[in-house]
Structure formats: structure tokens, C-alpha cells
Design a protein around this ligand. Sequence first.
Ligand code: TTP
Ligand code: MG
Length: 410
Amino acid sequence: MLLKTMKSRLILHIDMDAFFASIEQFDNPDFRGKPVVVGADPKGGKGRGVVSTASYEARKFGIHSAMPISKAYRLCPDALYVRPRMRRYVEVSKRIMEILSEFSPLIEQVSIDEAFLDCTGTERLFGNPVDIGKKIKGRIFKELGLKSSIGIASSKSVAKILSDLSKPDGLLYCEPGKEKELLSQLDIKYLWGAGEKTVQILRKHGFNKIGDIAESDGKELIRIFGVSGKKLWELANGIDDREVVNIRVRKSIGREITFQEDVDDLETLEKTILYLVDRIAYSMAEEGIMGKTVTLKIRFEDFTTFTRSKTLNRYTDFVEDIKNVAVEKLHEFNIDKERKRVRLLGVSVSNLIFKGTDGEYLSGLQRELFVPEGDEKEKVQKVLHAMKKQFGDIVKRAIFINGEDHNDYN
Ligand code: TTP
Ligand code: MG
């Protein structure tokens, strides 16, 4: 029998410390070493919003993410209260991901300040696991002046737990084979995937340490939680084969179409733009992306190809916004007057920002910052997207396009 030896994986979980607040402290040297609270305006204690995050100095007063800003103000009125600057944070986030991608091409960004890296097989290049972690921390600090915490293990869940435990400015490594031992003494609240509710139920049934779960025969867990009970048991035993999924930090999102027959009338071209933009906007909503720069690509019958771009003054994922720019650019080609025949038409959106995949907070913030509240267009678009998700192609705009369209990803 052929024995397959599974090589242990080397997975890193990187999470920035007090991300928004640390950026504020870096950008404003006066804020360093002081309690900084990023979030809504406290309005002298009457503010109604919440805390995005607090610097570690502010956390000493009990202030934390998602706490009402009025409560934070009561706990520490002298803290420095600043409004979020999302664009700046997204820019720094992109830079961090670029640094991480120098250490491995297999990178999964989980939220604005967090990513998994699969560094299996990179020891020869960068040294032992701890060295790799130190190098990454060093690079991020040197280039951006920010502190990070890193967990290194053979699985995603253990790496994630370790980065949490190592905070702030920490680095923890679990040798392969020691996962179960390491987890056993930890409180069940550290188990990745066990939310607050699950933890409560577990405690009610007498599970307090992760080891309590690992040592149980699993049947009780399955009885309580169904299939996810089995998952919990596996995680508690350090079993987690989820892979680091390569989420490409995309530079643009677009679609283009090559017509069956070259087109020379403006109306068809404009309709085609709407058709393409509809699909782009749907993908953007699906993937939680907004963009600022719209590019129109046009190829004439003689294969000469042009691109024309315009950068808006805000991020958008609205069909209307994207379409308007693309149509405006199309008109610059004087197709009507010159009767030029078009072979291919494409639209793409670049200069993108991404919302985190593990929560709505980033999207919420982005909406708050970039979109007027209660915008009608947004509501209509949301409904359209929701319907499209449910009914697929039934909800299409009534446009017939004679050609093949395809993704145009960069
Ligand atoms: P986190 O990584 O959860 O928090 P953090 O980086 O501020 O602190 P830690 O050292 O504990 O990792 O979230 C990253 C950023 O996301 C955070 O700086 C601000 C934002 N955020 C919110 O706006 N609202 C929230 O409720 C949370 C949890 C985060
Ligand atoms: Mg963080």
C-alpha cells in the first residue's frame, strides 16, 4: 500500500492592533501614547453612534469596539475622539496586503486588517516559522509604523486563536502535533467559530475549557448542535483542514462584449453599456466592492482600440453612476457623425475598495461615509440585486444584445 504522507501546512494569521486608532496615532504624532477613540462624534456625551475601535491606552478605561460612544465618553471624557477616515484605512490595508503577498502568493484577506497566509514550503526562502512571522511584523512596522499580531500553526483556526492570544504586538507559534495540547487549557470562548450563543449553551452543558470538548465523545455535542457539533469537536481537537483561499486583491472589475456584427448606431451602443454595467454592478454588490474610476474600452472594426477613463469624486457601485460616465466617454468618439463601426465595447471599474467578509461594519461605514442616507437609487438597486439573486436571469433589463460578453478581470 502506498503511504501518503501529508506534509504539515504552515499557516499564518495576521491581525493589526487597534487598526484605525493606530493609524490615527501614526498620522498624528500628538496622539501617540494617548487614549484615542475612533468612531461617532460623542457630542459631549449625547452622541448616538458607536465606537469603531479604541487605542490600547483607551481600552484600559474599558472602551471597546461597538460600545455606544456616549458610554465611552462617560468612561473617559478626556480621550481623543476622532471620526473614521475610511479611505486612509483602506489605503493602508492595501499596502499591508501587498507586503503580505511578498511572503506568499496564497493570501486570504478576511477583513480590512486581517489575513491568512499559507507559507507552506517557504522556509527555505524566509527561515523558520517564527523568523517568517518576525520578518512580516518588521516589514509592516518599518513601512507603515503599525504593530501587528501573528499566529502561526498548521491550521487556520489555531493560527487565528494564536494571533488573538498574542495581542498586542505579539507572535505565537504552535508546533505541528501540539495543537490539541495547546488548545486544551484554553477557555471555550477562544474556539474559533463558537459565537457568544454557542459558548453560552456549551457552558450550560458543563463545557468550559476547549479540552472539555475535545475529551467528550462528541455524541452529546451532535445532539445539542447537530452537524456543527461535530465541527466543534474537530476544532477542539485541532482538526481543521480548511484551506487558505486565494482572494485576489482585485484591481478592477469589468465586462466587455464583442458584437456578432460591428455596430455603428449610438443607441445600441448605449444600451450595450447599460447591459454591461448592470452585470458589473451586480458583481460589485455580490463581492462588496465599490469603485471610483470608470473606464470605457472601445475597439473599432479596424482593431484600433482606445480606453477612456474618468475618476469620480466618490466611491460608487450604482448602475447610474457607472453608466453615465461610460456613456459620456462613448460620446467623445463622435460615432454618430463619423459612422465608425464598433467591434468591441467594454466597461470596467477600478480604484476599488472592499468591505470585510466577516461583518457588515465596513460596508456600514462605507455607506455612511460615501452614500447619502436613504438614497432612493440605492434602495431600488438593492431590491433588484436581491431579486436577481433569487430568480437569476428572469430579472434582466429588456435588452437584446447580439454578442458574447465575458468577464474582464485584472
Ligand atoms: P479588529 O481587528 O476587530 O479590531 P482592532 O484592529 O481595532 O483591534 P485588535 O488589536 O483587537 O485587533 O477590527 C479592525 C478594524 O475594524 C478596527 O480598527 C475598526 C473596525 N471595526 C469597526 O469599525 N467596528 C467594529 O465593531 C469592529 C470589531 C471593528
Ligand atoms: Mg485588528
